[in-house]
Write a protein that binds this ligand. Structure first.
Ligand code: AGP
Length: 606
């Protein structure tokens, strides 16, 4: 996902922009650039590749000296990663940085070419810059308003006009952008970590509000140029949280943060031993009346939804459908105003998940968002929000966000089950107590790290693996498979263990390790049979199971035991070895754990 920064104040603008961009690198990018006012002109420098390439170019070529400017890290959507396609884009009079996608840029480009404009890049962003130039007649806000009326799509824009060397203009729709408030200095940024080194104060920019950022103040207006007065927010994010805290990688840090993340997420939602989500606008009355629940998300968040399905259906006896967001939005789902649609998203900016939210609203359903990033688009557009308190998740591979998403699913399931009379208050309190004890069990599960590292050493030469499980363990096998694939680049596939014999077992040889998740006691006998099936075909078998389980000798090459808790809660501890296996395999392969190739932390485009 692209990163936007901007600065106006007394500091060395170029340094501020580069520092701020470095705090956004975790979002994933393939090029970077800055535009800084220098002696009345806009000086632009940009470079393909990592931020250090831009720094080198500034040293070798020219480092703009000024006090007002904008910067950008680009994750390519239109046009390959290259110097010329990097942002900022502009004309002689305007320079902009953009995060998002302009859906009708081709039509606009054609119109502008007809007006005599030429283009140097393949980007949609350059079209916006030239359209701003086209409409500019001395009033930047007018030009912005006219431009907004023509463009369609998602955008967060940082804009500077040559005639206004001490001002930055900003506007957003469907992409994140905040305004940082300093002391005689102000900022724009895609995310709070970019400005934390300078200030904790920031404004949230609502859709199509236009901000004019100056050194000593920030002005807001709407598209009718009506002034808007806004409240300043104070970020409680701490810098350490955005740093590695002594761990080699953000991913390992975030795996180890899971006990705290789960505790801080569930504790405020348990009152007198019972789940209580009223602060999120959810009551027992509302929960018990929904006809059906849809859970819609992408990737790991969708896997949390799968766990939610099993738990809500098992305890609350309410029908749950889980959809991949990019499928949900195009299958015309049968959603009614009597249904609850739950969207799950760590970033709160995932385009497909946001589109699913919009579709749910079009069909009259209430939308509950389970989101980790405060003030994110999905959080702001949902009817109800349960914020997870995992802190910033920097590593592209989602770990602690998954755990806290599952924890929220459990709270929802317990409260719904009690509200519907499916479980007694005592049972609800018992389950809630067991959930409260989970953080310590996750901590205890970390003891399997050495075994996971050993297992990883056996996997690094594999070209493909199977992850198998049944019931809740099947959903965890999905998450384990995704974790391994996305960071170690080893192909793996999650498969319902009972389905193997219907075809896929033909793949199993002594060159295909099989990781089995076998924690559900009512399914254990079947799982052991499945493990025997793959073992007899030569597979190297690794089994994640409850501690002290008895298995006959020889069918499991490696056993990774996790602390025993009631079956329905096992996913909360089972996920840890699956995360650690993926992590150590990647480290042993010498790959970039936190920033795997081709991936971004948040996929804000389709
Ligand atoms: C998970 O490790 C991946 N990084 C990815 O699947 C992620 O879960 C997915 O893109 C959804 O992101 P979100 O939770 O921010 O919506």
């Amino acid at each position: 996902m692209c990163g936007i920064v901007g600065y106006v104040g007394e500091r060395d603008c170029t340094e501020v922009l580069l520092n701020a961009l470095s705090k956004l690198e975790y979002r994933g990018y393939d090029s970077a650039g800055i535009a800084v006012f220098e002696e009345g002109k806009i000086s632009v420098q940009k470079a393909k590749g990592e931020l250090k390439n831009l720094r080198n170019k500034l040293e070798e070529d020219h480092k703009p000296e000024g006090h007002c400017g904008i910067g950008h890290t680009r994750w390519a959507t239109h046009g390959e990663p290259s110097d010329i396609n990097s942002h900022p884009h502009g004309s002689k009079r305007v320079s902009i940085v953009h995060n998002g996608i302009i859906e009708n840029y081709k039509d606009i480009k054609k119109f502008l070419i007809g007006k005599g404009y030429s283009f140097v890049s393949e980007t949609d962003t350059e079209t916006v810059a030239k359209l701003l130039d086209y409409y500019y007649n001395g009033d930047p806000v007018d030009a912005i308003i006219k431009t907004l009326s023509d463009i369609r799509g998602a955008y967060a824009l940082g804009i500077i006009f040559k005639d206004f060397p001490n001002k930055i203009f900003a506007v957003r729709k469907d992409s994140p952008l905040i305004i940082g408030v300093g002391d005689e200095e102000n900022f724009i940024a895609s995310d709070v970590p970019a400005i934390l080194q300078y200030t904790r104060k920031y404004y949230l920019l609502e859709e199509n509000e236009i901000a004019t950022i100056m050194e000593d103040r920030v002005e807001f207006c709407d598209i009718h140029k009506q002034e808007i007065i806004k409240e300043v927010n104070i970020s409680d994010l701490d810098m350490d949280a955005a740093e590695k805290g002594g761990y080699e990688h953000f991913m390992l840090k975030e795996i180890h943060e899971q006990p705290t993340a789960v505790k801080t997420t569930i504790a405020p939602r348990i009152v007198e031993g019972m789940p209580n989500l009223s602060e999120c606008g959810i009551t027992e009355e509302t929960l018990k009346n929904y006809r059906k629940v849809f859970i819609v998300a992408c990737g790991t968040a969708m896997h949390a939804g799968m766990v939610g399905k099993y738990v809500i259906e098992r305890l609350a006896r309410c029908e749950v459908t889980v959809d991949i967001a990019s499928e949900f939005r195009y299958r015309n789902p049968i959603v009614t105003p009597q249904d609850l649609v739950i969207v799950v998203s760590q970033s709160g900016e995932t385009a497909d998940t946001k589109a699913a939210l919009h579709l749910a609203h079009e069909k009259g359903a209430k939308v509950l968002a389970i989101v980790n990033v405060k003030g994110s688009s999905i959080a702001r557009e949902a009817d109800m929000v349960i914020y997870t308190h995992a802190g910033p998740e920097i590593s592209v591979a989602s770990t602690k966000a998954f755990s806290v998403q599952m924890a929220v699913m459990y709270l929802l399931a317990f409260e719904m089950a009690y509200a519907k009379g499916e479980i007694s208050k005592e049972r609800c309190m018992e389950l809630t107590k067991k959930l409260s004890d989970i953080p310590e069990l996750i901590e205890k599960t970390m003891e399997c790290a050495d075994k996971c590292q050993y297992v990883a050493s056996k996997l690094i030469t594999a070209s493909s693996l199977l992850y198998i499980g049944r019931g809740l363990d099947y959903t965890l096998s999905m998450e384990g498979s995704l974790k391994l694939k996305e960071i170690s680049y080893i192909h793996s596939e999650s498969y319902a263990a009972g389905e193997l014999k219907h075809g896929t077992i033909s793949l199993v040889t002594d060159e295909m390790p099989v990781i089995s998740v076998a924690t559900q006691e009512d399914l254990l006998e079947k799982m052991v049979s499945n493990i025997e099936e793959v073992k007899s075909r030569g597979a190297y078998t690794i089994t994640v199971c409850k501690e002290n389980m008895e298995f006959s000798e020889g069918i499991m090459d490696e056993i990774i035991e996790v602390p025993a808790v009631e079956d329905v809660l096992m996913p909360m501890v089972t996920v840890v070895p699956l995360q650690l296996i993926a992590y150590y395999t990647t480290v042993l392969k010498g790959l970039n754990v936190d920033k795997p190739r081709n991936l971004a932390k948040s996929v804000t485009v389709e």
